[in-house]
Design a protein around this ligand. Structure first.
Ligand code: S3P
Length: 449
């Protein structure tokens, strides 16, 4: 796929449903009693992997495109799959499903594509084993394939080194089945979609937030949207459940997909884009704060509370940007947007420093190495660090051949960057956008003047 410099981007776009919330709606719907009706489910390959895994465990799921119906069979309603569960490219499927499988009364093997088979799974194997599960890496390298034998589980109090919603959610899901309360503490609050949706389905989950001085306060999860991201440790607490209840889920548009249009609108000259129905849960919306810090012109319109997940339309206009420092508590709220933000920083005056983001190395690709390699090929002044990047903005970029490493967010980042660089940019493996945003190129091209 090839891109050349554009004169401007104009118009409206509605991004597809949120990937994290789509996964969770099918997973929780499958282990709830009754039917869950999901609107705006993301029809990307990752979320289709989740549907396929639960179908293999006896759950009837009707995928009508605009609406997905999950005929849940209750906490104990899954059946032993006849074959290996294939999670494809999806870390969320692999890690969250492991928390559910840890408590079933059958054995199962989970696997995925070449990228999934390199991603760290010890981070869930260790806490789930402490709860009593039997979970082993088939090749002994701490990665998938994973062999899981369900067991009776005990509640634990676990402190995670990383702020990871996938780790937290795997433990909380196992905690639904445990014999006592389960607590997961993380250095900063990671995305809280599991907590919101589990409560909505009738589970008892609460969040305790420490402020920067270590003082602890209890937060009702429903009150968190709209408040600034807390700077201290966060603990999610779940009580064992007797049953969850199916419900209607409206999936908001994915801010991680919207990020490409937000940055495109800021970076490209003479541009104005309206992005409709974007989820702005504060545990996900750190990119909006960074854009404001960099001097970007964005306006939130039509803000709506939603059912625990706030949304807004976002108007973005071309802006002169300046560098910033991105670190600490904000990192988990924009972790998937950092490739696009790093590219945007090349178009800002001055230096942008990204730190505390070592997690980038264990995403679908090593996103620090891959970003530095590709931005350098386009003429940017960027240096990799142990836990992030230093980007010295202001140098004009030129087109180049970009290796996406089959990482969907890298491909989308460089499609946008290619529109703002001199000459032609070719993206190898461009079709990998089907993981999270199958219509991405059509939507982007529609905005080009
Ligand atoms: C996700 C959590 C994040 C994110 C991923 C989706 C989720 O991963 O990068 O794309 O749905 O919980 P980590 O939990 O590993 O940070």
């Amino acid at each position: 796929m090839k891109f050349v410099e554009c004169k401007g981007l104009h118009g409206e776009v509605t991004v597809p449903g949120d990937k994290s919330i789509s996964h969770r709606s099918v997973m929780f719907g499958s282990i709830a009693k009754g039917t869950t009706e999901i609107h705006n489910y993301l029809q990307g390959a990752d979320c289709l992997s989740t549907i396929s895994c639960f179908r293999k465990m006896g759950i009837e799921i009707e995928n009508r495109g605009d609406v997905v119906l999950v005929h849940g069979r209750g906490l104990r309603g899954l059946t032993r799959p006849a074959e290996v569960l294939d999670c494809g490219n999806s870390g969320t499927t692999t890690r969250l499903i492991s928390g559910i499988l840890a408590a079933q009364d059958f054995d199962v093997t989970l696997t995925g594509d070449a990228s999934i088979q390199k991603r760290p799974m010890k981070r869930i194997m260790e806490p789930l084993s402490r709860m009593g599960a039997s979970i082993e890496s088939v090749n002994g390298n701490g990665c998938a394939p994973l062999r899981i034998s369900g067991r009776k589980l005990h509640g634990i109090s676990y402190t995670s080194k990383v702020a990871s919603a996938q780790v937290k959610s795997a433990i909380l899901l196992a905690g639904l089945y445990a014999d006592s309360e389960t607590r997961v503490t993380e250095p900063y609050l990671s995305r809280n979609h599991s907590e919101i949706l589990l409560n909505y389905f009738g589970a008892d989950v609460r969040t305790e937030i420490e402020d920067a001085t270590g003082t602890c306060g209890s937060a009702n999860i429903a009150e968190l949207p709209g408040q600034p991201q807390p700077a201290g440790r966060a603990t999610a607490v779940i009580r064992p459940a007797t049953e969850l209840h199916g419900n209607l889920v409206e999936v908001p548009g994915d801010i991680s997909s919207a990020a490409f249009f937000l940055c495109a609108g800021l970076m490209a000259p003479n541009s104005e884009i309206l992005i409709r129905n974007v989820g702005i849960n504060p545990t996900r919306a750190g990119i909006l704060n960074v854009i404001r810090d960099m001097g970007g012109n964005i306006t939130l319109l039509n803000e709506r509370a939603g059912s625990g997940e706030p949304t807004a339309d976002i108007l973005v206009r071309s802006s002169s940007l300046h560098g910033t420092v991105i670190e600490g508590a904000v990192i988990p709220t924009l972790i998937d947007e950092l490739p696009m933000i790093a590219a945007m920083a090349c178009f800002a005056d001055g230096t942008t420093v990204i730190r505390d983001a070592a997690e980038l190395k264990v995403k679908e690709s090593d996103r620090i190495t891959v970003m530095v390699e590709n931005l350098t090929a386009m003429g940017a002044d960027v240096t990799a660090t142990e836990d992030g990047m230093i980007i010295r903005g202001g140098r004009p970029l030129h087109g180049a051949v970009i290796d996406s490493h089959l990482d969907h967010r890298i491909a989308m980042t460089f499609a946008v960057t290619g529109l703002c660089a001199d000459g032609e940019t070719e993206i190898l493996g461009a079709e990998c956008v089907n993981i999270s945003y199958p219509q991405f190129y059509e939507d982007l091209k529609h905005l080009i003047k």
